[in-house]
Design a binder for this molecule. Structure first.
Ligand SMILES: *Cc1c(COP(=O)(O)O)cnc(C)c1O
Length: 355
């Protein structure tokens, strides 16, 4: 497919102070768009000025939430070059999500090349300050105007990008987790492993309850027994238990995170034993008390690694260490992963792709 590059008439003002960037609020001058029509396939691929869509009020995504997305980052290196981290993994996951939601797959290499071209054209939007990056959001929505419930025959696929500030200013800071014993994120057979907006819409109520009580994120338990750990907010979760790394297995109810995958590889190279199994609530509380559970952290593209200081379930609280200090292995994994992303460390796995 040909990629049309449309001119941009007026450029937006650049962001002066990169320490003031708010996540997901300021977008660049351009966006990538292509359209799908059943029988015709994908067409009209273009990079155009960033602008609103005209969508029919009956567009199926607005009623039945047929939607998927991805999230990845581009990093500005000390030499000025721009690097992407495992971008093809995101494009492949986008297609897996599409298949589960009865949406058309895309040519993953084409979408990656188009994304790279978009970033090249908007490259002076990639921030330079320590810890900043460009967040990339590929999205697909059902655009066909139709109120019947069935897979749509028309779709929009687009990519928007936004400069994001350093998540941590002044070192990693442990967060407080509220364990939901009532709400669940995903059950077996549902869409837990799909990056689709509906999962997020369903999670808002519990997240607000947690926030109202002073917690940063919700830890989701399995839907059946409400006893085993699944994931936390929009991150996968890892524990250091008896010096081994434990993380929930991919069983259809959690997202197959690219950060999770990367952290498991790095941890194995650091000599840690890895167990992909679901930790139970009892293990969290007993382990925190005995000290066998020495570290806990969330992993995901937005934060990379987020140390957890405490878990609260009903009226019980488990502190990890003193609840304030980032664990040694948590810090080491964060430093190693960000080191590879920003080019401070070698990239033996070929995870980094230069623009
Ligand atoms: C995106 C996401 C993650 C993290 O995946 P990464 O590929 O590491 O960014 C974890 N859980 C959920 C629910 C997600 O949507």
């Amino acid at each position: 497919m040909k990629l049309e590059i449309q001119p941009v008439e007026t450029l937006k003002p650049r962001i002066e102070d990169e320490t003031q960037l708010v996540f997901g609020k300021q977008f660049t001058d351009r966006m990538f768009v292509m359209e799908y029509q059943a029988g015709q396939g994908w067409h009209s691929a273009r990079i155009q000025p960033y602008q609103p869509f005209v969508l029919d009020p009956a567009a199926m995504v607005l009623h039945y939430a047929q939607e998927i997305f991805e999230g990845l980052k581009a990093f500005r290196r000390p030499d000025g070059q721009i690097a992407l981290f495992r971008p093809m993994d995101n494009m492949r996951r986008f297609n897996r999500s599409a298949a589960r939601m009865c949406m058309p797959e895309v040519d993953a290499s084409f979408l990656l090349e188009a994304t790279k071209e978009l970033i090249r054209l908007d490259s002076d939007w990639v921030p330079r300050a320590e810890g900043t990056s460009l967040y990339i959001r590929p999205t697909m929505v059902a655009s066909e105007p139709m109120l019947g419930v069935r897979p749509a025959e028309q779709y929009l696929c687009y990519v928007i990008v936004c400069p994001v500030g350093a998540y941590y200013k002044g070192g990693l800071a442990p967060i407080k987790i509220w364990i939901s014993d009532h709400y669940v994120r995903a059950a077996h057979g549902g869409t837990g492993e799909v990056k689709t907006g509906g999962n997020y819409a369903a999670s808002l109520f519990a997240a607000r309850e947690a926030a109202d009580q002073g917690y940063d994120q919700v830890l989701w338990l399995d839907a059946k027994e409400k006893k085993y750990v699944e994931e936390v907010g929009s991150m996968n979760i890892c524990f250091i238990y008896d010096g081994q790394l434990i993380t929930s297995p991919l069983g259809g109810t959690i997202l197959d995170g690219i950060t999770r995958r990367s952290v498991l590889t790095l941890a194995r190279e650091m000599g840690l034993e890895i167990h992909e199994r679901a930790l139970s609530l009892d293990e969290i509380f007993d382990g925190a008390e005995s000290g066998r559970l020495s570290e806990a952290f969330g992993v995901g593209t937005a934060v990379v690694v987020s140390p957890i200081g405490q878990f609260t379930y009903r009226d019980r609280t488990a502190k990890i260490g003193d609840g304030q200090t980032t664990g040694v292995l948590t810090q080491k994994l964060y430093d190693t992963l960000t080191g590879i992303q920003y080019g401070r460390l070698p990239d033996p796995h070929g995870w980094v792709e230069m623009l």
